[in-house]
Design a protein around this ligand. Structure first.
Ligand code: C2E
Ligand code: CA
Ligand code: CA
Length: 648
């Protein structure tokens, strides 16, 4: 770099520090710089270096008034510029030159070509430069080849790049490029489609995972209730919706299966039912597990008794798959047939109808179905009201103890004792029978409170009676399953017995066989403990439920209460009597006392006496009596033989 004054005398310093003096006066770039413009020279042979080419660069140095006082000069090898213009253009077919604004060469390519096409067309080129600096035109060289010339400014007003390519090569290249671009587009599209597909697959997988989480039950593989609502909602839109039934079912004693056989077995049972429902699934039959052991479904069927077959084949499936505890599994089902107009209702409301019917179905023995109707709706509303009123009623002493005499038919029809039966006497609705409120109470701890209340009443009565120095008779109270399972059951009952100083052998506790639901060991243990504390233990309603004769040999009970009303359901009285006689006989051999309950006819008493039955409790002798009436009876006839009431 260096400095040149206005006369052109310049001192240039090389990179190695050596100074080289020269005069630049005659050079165009210097003149241009003096005129106040930045400038670049043409290409010169470097006088300092053999075979090297250089360009001069000039920048005017001005004083404050803007007058040029000198020129800052620089010299640089032309190599970089050469590299630009000699760079292969279209695989070497093209070439470039740098021209000044008059179309003269500033830097000429080293390539050789026939004639000087630029020189020959200088006029057109300078015109193109003058009219804006850029331009492209087609020229024909001396060989007759058509060339495409493109002019582009490198430094506006000074240097112009003139690139030239034979037209046919350009075209071929264009097609090649176009094919290349097409290929790239095709590959890119393919890639794009592949990525989209991948994205779709993974989105579908994620969606399925989310759907499963949201709508599937992990235990059974069925839908959960949300999933069910979604699919049932579609069925609700069908025009033939009134041929569909919504049902709600559960497994009776499922809690017992979980508690006694273990949760694994409980899960196995649920899974097995899930498999059954999945096998039965069609467009017109879908099922879900809504919670715990509750299943909800919708099925197309014209006849209501279709449900009966459905329940039976579900039970058969459990039997086939060897589900443990299957012998005492019962499936009560509540159902609701869709009606015109239901499409406006939410599935929750409709399922609730089936649920209400299910509540009623559960109260019945065994498996079966109940259809919702308005009566059921009223029942459920009443039930809810009864349940709500129960606590206050217990506090207000609205529950009364009725006593039904038990007559010893082997010892001169003398009074043997009585069973204490609860009655709810309300100030407004009058008397409510136990069949009405006991099932409601059994769903909660209310039944325990009631049983304990009745126990206390029985003890108070017995204490009173015995204090009068009367011949001991026994009094029986009913014990519910919920009460039996209370951890303090034995302690509480013994405590009350002791509180009233009731001697051993007069207070009887009645259990039903259904409440032990298979776990005889636990029950036998409880019975043993109760007997040690002086209670008489009896098995109520024997013959009405899952009656297993096997039960008797394992249970240390004192009394067997045969439900004669149950036996009377059979049409063949002879067969019924054979069965009854054998039960009594067997009980005798096991030293178990028998009480026949529900005896209404005098000839029944005769038969029972002959069969060896000890005691009869039935309308044939007396209905359950209010406490005062029973007291009167005991006073007047307590030690006299009872006669059969012919009108019973
Ligand atoms: P249960 O323990 O089997 O009581 C015997 C039922 O049979 C009584 O009905 C009684 O009135 C009825 N009965 C007796 N003899 C005859 C007869 O000859 N013919 C007919 N048709 N029926 C007869 P009740 O008093 O209505 O009691 C029904 C059930 O309510 C009882 O059946 C018992 O399971 C339950 N229950 C009553 N009071 C209580 C209680 O304090 N606690 C518990 N846990 N349950 C109770
Ligand atoms: Ca009873
Ligand atoms: Ca009974």
């Amino acid at each position: 770099m260096g400095y040149a004054d206005v006369r052109g005398d310049a001192a240039l310093v090389d990179l190695d520090g050596s100074v080289y003096e020269t005069n630049l006066r005659g050079m165009d770039f210097f003149r241009q710089a003096l005129e106040g413009e930045m400038s670049i020279s043409n290409t010169f042979q470097d006088t300092q270096k053999e075979g090297a080419y250089i360009n001069y660069y000039g920048a005017p140095i001005k004083n404050r008034e803007g007058r040029v006082k000198g020129v800052l000069c620089a010299v640089h090898s032309s190599v970089i510029l050469r590299e630009i213009i000699d760079a292969p253009l279209l695989k070497g077919a093209g070439y470039s030159n740098i021209l000044d604004k008059e179309g003269r060469y500033i830097l000429k390519t080293i390539k050789t070509y026939p004639g000087d096409i630029l020189e020959e067309n200088r006029v057109r080129i300078t015109e193109s430069i003058a009219s804006g600096g850029t331009g492209d035109f087609i020229l024909t060289d001396r060989t007759g080849t058509k060339q495409m010339l493109v002019i582009m400014p490198l430094i506006e007003g000074q240097w112009y790049l003139a690139s030239m390519v034979p037209l046919d090569i350009l075209k071929a290249n264009y097609i090649e490029t176009a094919i290349g671009i097409m290929a790239i587009i095709v590959v890119a599209c393919g890639l794009f489609i592949w990525l989209m597909t991948l994205q779709r697959i993974s989105a579908a997988r994620n969606r399925k995972m989310l759907m499963d989480l949201a709508y599937k039950d992990s235990v059974t593989g069925l839908r959960n209730f949300d999933g069910f609502k979604l699919d049932a909602g579609k069925i609700m839109k069908r025009s033939d919706r009134s041929s569909y039934i919504l049902w709600y079912g559960d497994i009776k004693n499922f809690k017992f299966i979980n508690d006694v056989l273990g949760y694994k077995e409980g899960d196995r049972l649920l899974k097995s039912l899930g498999t059954y429902f999945k096998m039965a699934e069609t467009d017109d039959c879908i099922t879900c597990r809504s919670a715990a052991d509750n299943f909800v479904g919708i099925v197309k069927c014209q006849r209501d008794d279709f449900l009966e077959r459905g329940i039976q084949s579900a039970l058969e499936h459990l039997e086939r798959t060897g589900t443990e505890g299957r012998t005492f599994i019962e499936i009560p089902v509540g159902a609701y047939r869709l009606r015109p107009g239901d499409e406006g209702q939410s599935i929750d409301v409709l399922v609730n109808y089936a649920n209400m019917a299910h509540t009623i179905a559960k109260e019945k023995a065994g498996s079966g179905y109940v259809f919702y109707d308005d009566g059921i709706r009223r029942r459920i509303i009443e039930d809810t009201a009864l349940e709500a009123a129960a606590q206050t009623a217990l506090r207000n002493g609205e529950f009364q103890a009725y006593m039904q005499p038990k007559i010893n038919i082997q010892k001169g029809n003398l009074l043997n004792g009585a069973e204490v039966l609860a009655r709810w006497v309300t100030p407004d609705k009058g008397m409510i029978p136990p069949d009405r409120f006991i099932p409601i109470f059994e769903k909660s701890d209310l039944i325990v409170q009631l049983d304990r209340y009745m126990l206390e009443k029985a003890c108070r009565w017995l204490a009173d009676y015995l204090n009068k120095g009367r011949r001991p008779i026994n009094l029986a109270v009913n014990v519910s399953q919920v009460g039996l399972l209370k951890p303090d059951f034995i302690e509480y009952y013994s405590g009350i017995k002791e509180k009233y100083r009731i001697p051993h052998g007069v207070l009887e506790l009645e259990f039903t066989e259904s409440m032990l639901a298979g776990d005889t060991d636990m029950f036998a243990d409880v019975v043993m403990k109760l007997k040690k504390r002086g209670f008489i233990c009896s098995m109520d309603d024997f013959g009405s439920g899952y009656s297993s004769l096997n039960l008797l040999k394992n249970l240390p009970i004192d009394v067997l209460k045969l439900d004669i009303l149950f036996f009377q359901k059979s049409r063949d009285i002879n067969r019924e009597r054979i069965v009854t006689r054998n039960f009594i006989q067997m009980a005798r051999e096991l030293h178990i006392k028998t009480i026949a309950e529900g005896v209404e006819q005098a000839d029944g008493v005769e038969f029972l006496r002959d069969a060896g039955c000890d005691v009869v409790q039935g309308y044939v002798f007396s209905r359950p009596l209010p406490e005062e009436e029973f007291n009167r009876l005991v006073e007047e006839a307590g030690d006299k033989p009872f006669a059969c009431r012919e009108e019973a």
